[in-house]
Design a protein around this ligand. Sequence first.
Ligand code: MYA
Ligand code: JJ1
Length: 388
Amino acid sequence: KHKFWETQPVGQYKDLGDSSLPEGPIELPTPLQEVKQEPYNLPSQYVWTTCDMTSEETCNEVYNLLKNNYVEDDENMFRFNYSKEFLRWALHPPGYFQSWHIGVRAKANKKLVAFITGIPARLRVRNEVVKMAEVNFLCVHKKLRSKRLAPVLIKEVTRRVHLENIWQAAYTAGVIIPTPITTCQYWHRSLNPKKLIDVGFSRLGARMTMSRTIKLYKLPDSTSTPGFRKMELRDVPAVTRLLREYLSQFAVAPDLDEDDVEHWMLPTKNVVDTFLVESPDTHEITDICSFYTLPSTILGNQNYSILKAAYSYYNVSTKTPLLQLMNDALIVAKQMDYDVFNALDVMQNESFLKELKFGPGDGQLHYYLYNYRLREALRPSELGLVLL
Ligand code: MYA
Ligand code: JJ1
């Protein structure tokens, strides 16, 4: 069934539930000299290109490839529209490798027709911290689908990751392949219900009118938690301490240092926003909430072309109840003009989703590890990882 994935060091369906197999790497590293030194062969009309995302022109080409060919919902009504600023941020964490930003061009007209990326990360799996690549933005132009280009892209990124002496990876996908470590559900909190209904993102509930729906989703004009404010550079050490402590409870989570936290959490306009609670009396940082910005193109609507979505990222509550913290996150997201606030059922998110009027979406997100076996699948609440 999976002609490509059957050949890869990933959990195979036939091994599911075989608790005699050990947890950890499936294959051992090979000496670096034994890693293939030349790129994999592409069909003769195409060539490899390494994408310099600091170049305005290259970044534009990647942006346009994804804008027109990246992930859609199951009814092809919406398509992710990652911004250029977002792509630059997502691909330039501390220690990134330009060689892991991989494109394919058509020889004939130089057009970018496919893309895949990796970034370095340390992930803790139970008690082990493992150097990994996070693989994302796999995209093949719509006109070149089903020609087995994706396996070539995946093998090439794997080769370039191996050249840096890294042997594991983490990735997510909307499709099921061998074998998810967990499957998460998307949840959606309407902020602008009229627009969401007008564009077909959501529907008027049974026995609901538009005005009752608008009232149902109304939020206060201002946040309720004293000391709730935007994160600043000076907060990096405290945020790092809180986040590390919080993430230590999950089976799989990133191992973040201060440089990582500065990169991934410090507010960056239209990319990522982090708020925290600074105790008015002790000036201690006690709670954090964050979300990233990922708009979607609305395909074929007369009135609207962009859906502005916030995605829940990392949230930590030690003093403020998580429910109250996330209600404040919804309030600031509404003030910032987002149409919808999305979240997965990872970490402790289940504890606020229903009460804060999130509803389950029609999409799921499957999480995977490459060359690392888990004895059994995790519950989403055991996962402390959000990929972009
Ligand atoms: S997930 C986002 C993926 N992108 C999209 O969904 C955008 C829209 N779709 C497309 O651009 C194409 O449909 C893609 C497939 C490019 C997805 N992950 O070339 P094909 C397998 C993994 O004929 P196409 C993200 O970015 C499929 O099962 N494998 O198909 C994370 C089949 O294999 P098998 C996938 O439709 C990516 C083969 O590809 C995915 O033209 C993580 C068919 O190839 C998918 N999302 O192109 C990648 N979709 O026969 C893995 C299809 O065996 C990283 N396939 O079933 C692994 C770690 C690598 C680093 C390791 C370091 C140590
Ligand atoms: O956004 C998603 N679904 C929406 C829109 C559905 C449109 C028709 N298919 C949805 N809306 C309902 C909202 C409603 C609001 C009021 C309360 C009840 C709920 O369900 C889905 C997620 O649910 N998104 C997708 O399908 C996009 C792809 C998801 C897989 C992503 C793969 C990521 C790649 C990783 O790098």
